[in-house]
Design a protein around this ligand. Structure first.
Ligand code: ARG
Length: 588
């Protein structure tokens, strides 16, 4: 369906052209003075310069042409040359009915199954997920769901950090703890056990201990580096340990991501890029792009249009080791080969901005990715505590994601139990659903690049710009629909009539923005725009609801129209929260 602003602009364009002015002046925007009008066109001001006329004269001519137009209830030229517009309620009701008939509620499916890679999550194997991973998971999942809704084949890859020094650290710490394991017996020639030599809780203890040791014990660190190197060269006993680390850690990561309702199509990682690296290094040299600098192999990435020079991208260190950038380039080669994506989106902490800039430029320069394929990095800001510093546990440690989720669920549970009578089991279930919404909406409602304050009390509030407020609105609609159905069994409410009040019209005007918002949020990779929209829509619904006695209405056609209207509100809200990555309970 066409967007409402374009529909109005089309009318405006024919009027401008009919009056002898160029159609490009006929742009229509939402009014910034809702007390005066709903939409406005400011084109007469710009046209005045080109046609050497007074803006108000042009505006008057255009308005004259549109005076009988059924789309508008009001169209006025006001000084110095604005055109103020209000939509006809009958036209708006038609638009609502058209929208309700469409499966996607008027959103154009711009994708036709083309593949887009979303690289998000970015967990590091053997390290527990902490709040820093939350943002990547939550934002990425939403970007993926948006694209899927718009018809793309979205492939989410968790892109694990599974190949770095942490592996050598674990191997050496394991050696210190369990020197008798067969993996450490150089004369061992048998098969390696299929049972992992540790549990997840041991593993979670092994890594931090090893990491701590490496900071004070140089010899230990060197051992870990050697072990990492040997693993990367395919030394069989270490490969066997690595596989155990992977299986134990992945099971735990999957459980955690499931709890977040975050799901990946691919569980690839840095280790999967390994096989492409020798070819990559050779190719970059053959193309004359990579050259030696202070023993390292680097590629220049600065472009003539840059205001300042970017540091070159290092693809091989002087000791021969590959780096983070190398593995990202290797991964791109793999993705091109396997998926032919039309777009890449990476979601990480914004401190990795330079890294991705370098990687994208090398990928394009070397021709691995077509010049027209967008490569986007969404760099997010820090989640802070109320003290404005990066969010920590009460003891000052890194907060584990699992604990954070448990805290928020508990807070919601207490809130539910305070307010209403719900049995404990239902309250627990509901708290999980509402808690996840609170957490995700609290994050997604901020522009990704900004830091934000993680404030449980605010996030779980049923009022204000929060996830629970949105859910509460949906639950309220469900409850009205349930009561209506009980009073009028089997009646189908289909036709939406022209609005009978200002609040009702405002609600319809909000609904009419839906396709624009959804399409635009995806184009700009900006889930916060969907949050802003559903907050506005919920507000418009709640004003209408407080204004209107739906269930007591005696005019049955009018009542059915309201039921159809709020059903549409519910559909829009439900799609939006689905895309944001959460759902609504039946009651709360
Ligand atoms: N594991 C990385 C980290 O914790 C994030 C990976 C992001 N994805 C990528 N393709 N580099 O910082």
């Amino acid at each position: 369906m066409k967007r409402i602003l374009d529909l109005i602009a089309d009318e405006m364009k024919s009027a401008f052209t009919a009056c002898g002015y160029d159609a490009s002046y006929a742009k229509v925007v939402l009014s910034n003075r809702p007390d005066l009008c709903e939409y406005q066109c400011n084109g007469a001001m710009a046209a005045a310069k080109a046609y050497k006329k007074k803006p108000i004269d042009i505006a008057n001519e255009v308005v004259e042409k549109l005076s009988g137009d059924g789309m508008f209830s009001e169209i006025n030229a006001v000084m110095p040359g604005f055109i103020n517009i209000r939509l006809n309620t009958a036209y708006l009701a038609d638009l609502m009915n058209g929208m309700a008939k469409e499966e996607k509620l008027g959103v154009e499916e711009e994708g036709h199954g083309e593949t887009i890679i979303v690289d998000y999550g970015g967990a590091n194997v053997a390290k527990p997920l902490h709040v820093g991973h939350l943002r990547s998971a939550v934002i990425g999942e939403s970007v993926k769901r948006m694209g899927r809704y718009l018809g793309y084949n979205m492939i989410g890859d968790v892109h694990l950090g599974d190949w770095g020094l942490q592996m050598g650290l674990i191997i050496e710490e394991l050696r210190d703890r369990k020197p008798d394991l067969v993996y450490f017996d150089e004369n061992y020639t048998g098969e390696y056990p299929s049972e992992p030599p540790f549990t997840i809780s041991e593993l979670e203890d092994i890594y931090p201990t090893a990491s701590g040791k490496s900071k004070v014990d140089e010899a230990f660190k060197e051992r870990a580096q050697t072990a990492t190197f040997k693993l990367q060269k395919g030394y069989p006993p270490y490969t066997a340990i690595w596989k155990h680390i992977m299986s134990v850690s992945l099971a735990d990561l999957k459980r955690n991501y499931d709890n977040l309702d975050v799901h990946f199509e691919l569980w690839k990682g840095e280790s999967d890029a390994e096989e492409y690296i020798p070819w990559l290094i050779q190719d970059l040299q053959d193309k004359g792009l990579a050259y030696e600098s202070q023993g390292a192999l680097v590629v220049d990435v600065t472009e003539p249009t840059d205001s300042k020079e970017l540091p070159p991208c290092i693809v091989r260190k002087s000791d021969g080791a590959a780096l983070y950038a190398t593995s990202d380039l290797g991964t791109i080669i793999q993705r091109e080969k396997d998926f032919h994506p039309v777009k890449y989106v990476y979601i990480t902490d914004k401190r990795q901005e330079l890294h991705f800039k370098q990687v994208f430029r090398v990928a394009k320069k070397a021709g691995y990715v077509k010049p027209e394929t967008p490569m986007i990095h969404i760099g997010f800001g820090t989640m802070n505590g109320k003290d404005g510093k990066p969010f920590k546990t009460r003891e000052g440690g890194v907060m584990r994601l699992e604990h954070l989720i448990a805290d928020i669920d508990e807070a919601v549970y207490n809130r539910i139990m305070e307010n209403r009578s719900m049995d404990e089991a239902e309250a627990k279930e509901t708290a999980k659903i509402v808690g996840l919404a609170a957490l995700k909406y609290g994050d997604l409602s901020n522009q990704a690049a900004k830091d934000y304050v993680f404030d449980i009390d605010r996030f779980i509030s049923f009022e204000g710009n929060t996830g629970p407020y949105i859910l509460y609105t949906i639950v309220r609609i469900k409850s009205i629909l349930g009561k209506y159905e009980a009073q009028n069994p089997g009646t189908t409410a289909e036709t939406i009539l022209p609005a009978a009040s200002d609040a009702e019209k405002t609600l319809m005007l909000e609904l009419s923005k839906y396709n624009d918002v959804m399409e635009n949020a995806f184009a700009e990779t900006a889930p916060h725009k969907i949050c802003q929209y559903i907050f506005d829509l919920s507000n418009a619904f709640n004003s209408f609801y407080h204004d209107t006695r739906i269930l007591a209405e005696e005019d049955k056609a009018r009542q059915a129209s309201w039921i159809a209207l709020i059903t549409l509100v519910k559909r829009v809200l439900e799609v939006c929260i689905q895309v944001l990555g959460f759902e609504a309970p039946e009651r709360m």
